[in-house]
Write a protein that binds this ligand. Structure first.
Ligand code: GTP
Length: 628
């Protein structure tokens, strides 16, 4: 296949708008897979089962989509959606390469990288639901990369579909001419032939040169238990052959290509990949962490310029993971390591805590990513774990240096001038919320944003004129730390599950933050330290102290539970002592003995209070950190 008959494209779609169904129809129409008489594919069925079991709705669809995307990386049972197909028009065969993109905000960086392997994209929008926040951000990335966008409205077979209205929405949101929008039903296959035609006619072919040095772009990877990492690549220039010795521009590691082929949709060994082609290679890469999305591969000894703007994935949310039973640490660490073989984006570091013992500090791309990882650890490795409150990476600026801190225990006491901290900065994001219906909720949504320290708030309607029932997009900047706690849940509650949410990195800004520590009987508990904004410290302190009061078992002595910022105590509860009845068994008339017993008990308690440490069972941590 010379370059001029190759088309490389992705499908940009919000979760559940029909990406997998459309991919199946395209594969069927081109004869790449057999048409199934039942009309359903296993993937959809499986997914629905998980959704039913968990009772997942609305916003949480993102969770399911992400889970499946990670599962796809972890196992070979869910097929990759990167697939090559051949379509013949007027006797001329075209090689169409569909490149999969993860449909979740946590993976914004990877989306942008997989789009770099394409020259065009189908922007698929559900004609019953309309434009969603995540499609907007991916659309902008695609536009910036100069991709040809083919707008497609799906599910027009449904009575609830409103193609005209949604087309007008696409015009106002994306500046798309409604006459360019294709209307299809991926389920029945109506209009899908026109999609294939548009791919060939509207998307430009890749520009590759055969006799230039080999330059291949790595845009995704899968993990195979037996063969190690399988990388998905796009050959930009030169020819890649089985047996070639190649080098990674990023790690400078060398490999020998042992297998080369295309996904059709299963692996088909071709022995070579030509310029413009998309396919897989196996090359003795043992760990997923070696396969950097966005990396450039070249023939060893023939260096090329790497693709611009390469950045390794960046963890944005950190949390400590500890075994409930500290004897299980080795097993837990082993399980985490095995799990990260299939998920290259998690960073690991050992951590030890006086309260929780030995554990690991893990870095994730976002909170949903963290939830999915935790769930997999529990499901697949039967791990009984405690996970500390999530923290974002802060910049602590001293006169002569800047330190990145992602563990609250390492955060300096900024209230103490001796700490010499000049400024603390926190990561912020640009958030967009699209709420579908009804618009009365706009005020509530704004309150929610302001209560999470939003700035530069703006909103506009996506449908022109019909303010009462139309959809609005609300944009603002928010501290990332505000999103990692309860923002999603509250948004879902206040919008009755109708809002869609997306965010992108917007750098750092100075903020009035401090470390809050919790003291039990005057002793700080390291695993419970938090970094909080000064405006919220009183509130958070009170809530957490109450929570602790509820879950800590009473001791033989009174235990003060305190929240402190610097030297200042900002909240306190007293856990009263368990009263052992020392006078039981004494009968009336023994007044003096009784008093003596009580005196002794008091003295004993005083001593215990002085020397005694509070026994905080791991289950209590589980209750505190597990409940929001
Ligand atoms: P993720 O894999 O989670 O990203 O979802 P997706 O975007 O791939 O959506 P998927 O193809 O799984 O479709 C979601 C649901 O919509 C499924 O129940 C499909 O059967 C249904 N669906 C997809 N296309 C159509 C369509 O044209 N008409 C109707 N009626 N239903 C459709």
């Amino acid at each position: 296949f010379p370059c001029d008959v190759i088309r490389n494209f992705s499908i940009i779609a919000h979760i559940d708008h029909g990406k997998s169904t459309l991919a199946d129809r395209l594969l069927e129409l081109t004869g790449t897979i057999q048409k199934k008489t039942s009309g359903n594919n296993q993937q959809v069925l499986d997914k629905l089962k998980v959704e039913r079991e968990r009772g997942i709705t609305g916003l949480e669809y993102s969770f399911v989509g992400l889970y499946f995307w990670l599962m796809k990386c972890a196992t070979q049972t869910v097929k990759a959606q990167t697939a090559s197909m051949v379509h013949t028009v007027d006797g001329k065969s075209h090689l169409l390469n569909l490149i999969d993109t993860p449909g979740h905000v946590d993976f914004a960086w990877e989306v942008s990288r997989s789009l770099a392997a394409c020259q065009g994209a189908l922007l698929l929008v559900d004609a019953t639901q309309g434009v969603q926040a995540q499609s907007i951000s991916v659309f902008h990335v695609a536009k910036e990369r100069g991709l040809e966008i083919i707008p497609v409205l799906n599910k027009i077979d449904l009575p609830a579909s409103q193609p005209e209205r949604i087309a007008a929405q696409m015009q106002s949101t994306f500046g798309i001419d409604p006459s360019n929008i294709l209307q299809i039903s991926a389920k029945t296959g109506k209009g899908v032939e026109a999609v294939l035609q548009a791919i060939i006619e509207r998307i430009p072919p890749p520009k590759g040169v055969t006799d230039k040095p080999l330059k291949a772009f790595l845009f995704d990877s899968l993990y195979d238990r037996y063969r190690g990492v399988i990388s998905l690549i796009n050959v930009q220039d030169g020819i890649l052959r089985k047996g070639d010795k190649i080098t990674s521009c990023h790690t400078r590691k060398r490999y020998e290509v042992t297998e080369v082929g295309i996904m059709h949709p299963e692996e088909v060994h071709t022995g070579t990949l030509q310029p413009g082609q998309v396919g897989f290679i196996a090359c003795n890469m043992k760990e997923s962490s070696e396969a950097h999305i966005g990396d450039t591969l070249h023939r060893t000894g023939e260096p090329v310029d790497s693709m611009p703007g390469f950045q390794p994935t960046k963890a944005m949310v950190y949390a400590g993971i500890f075994p409930v039973d500290s004897n299980d640490f080795i097993k837990l660490e082993e399980s985490i390591k095995r799990l990260t073989l299939t998920d290259r984006s998690v960073t690991i570091q050992r951590e030890s805590s006086t309260a929780l013992g030995q554990g690991c500090r893990l870095g994730f791309l976002g909170t949903l990513h963290m939830d999915v990882f935790r769930q997999r650890l529990e499901d697949e490795y039967d791990a009984n774990i405690i996970i500390t409150a999530p923290t974002v990476p802060y910049k602590v600026i001293y006169r002569d240096r800047t330190v990145m801190i992602s563990n609250p225990t390492e955060f300096p006491d900024v209230t103490d001038p001796a700490s010499k901290v000049k400024e603390v900065q926190e990561p912020i994001v640009k958030a967009s919320i699209i709420h579908t219906y009804p618009t009365e909720h706009l005020g509530e949504m704004m309150d929610l944003c302001f209560s999470h320290r939003a700035e530069d708030l703006d909103h506009r309607y996506l449908d022109s004129g019909t303010a009462l029932s139309s959809r609005a997009i609300l944009t603002c900047t928010l501290p990332l730390s505000e999103i990692v706690t309860d923002f999603f849940d509250q948004l879902k509650g206040r919008s009755s599950g109708f809002a869609s949410f997306d965010y992108e990195d917007a750098g750092y800004r100075a903020s009035n933050l401090a470390k809050m520590v919790f003291l039990l009987n005057g002793k700080p508990v390291d695993a419970l330290a938090l970094i909080v904004h000064r405006s919220a410290q009183q509130n958070i302190g009170r809530i957490w102290v109450k929570k602790l009061h509820k879950v800590i078992p009473r001791q033989l002595f009174e235990v003060p539970i305190q929240a402190a910022v610097g030297k200042k105590i900002i909240a306190r509860e007293n856990l009263s002592a368990l009263r052992a009845d020392v006078t039981a068994g004494l009968y009336g008339g023994h007044y003096e003995r009784k008093m003596k017993h009580l005196e002794n008990q008091k003295e004993g308690k005083r001593r215990m209070k002085k020397f005694g440490t509070v026994e905080l069972p791991q289950e209590a941590f589980f209750d505190i950190l597990g409940s929001k």
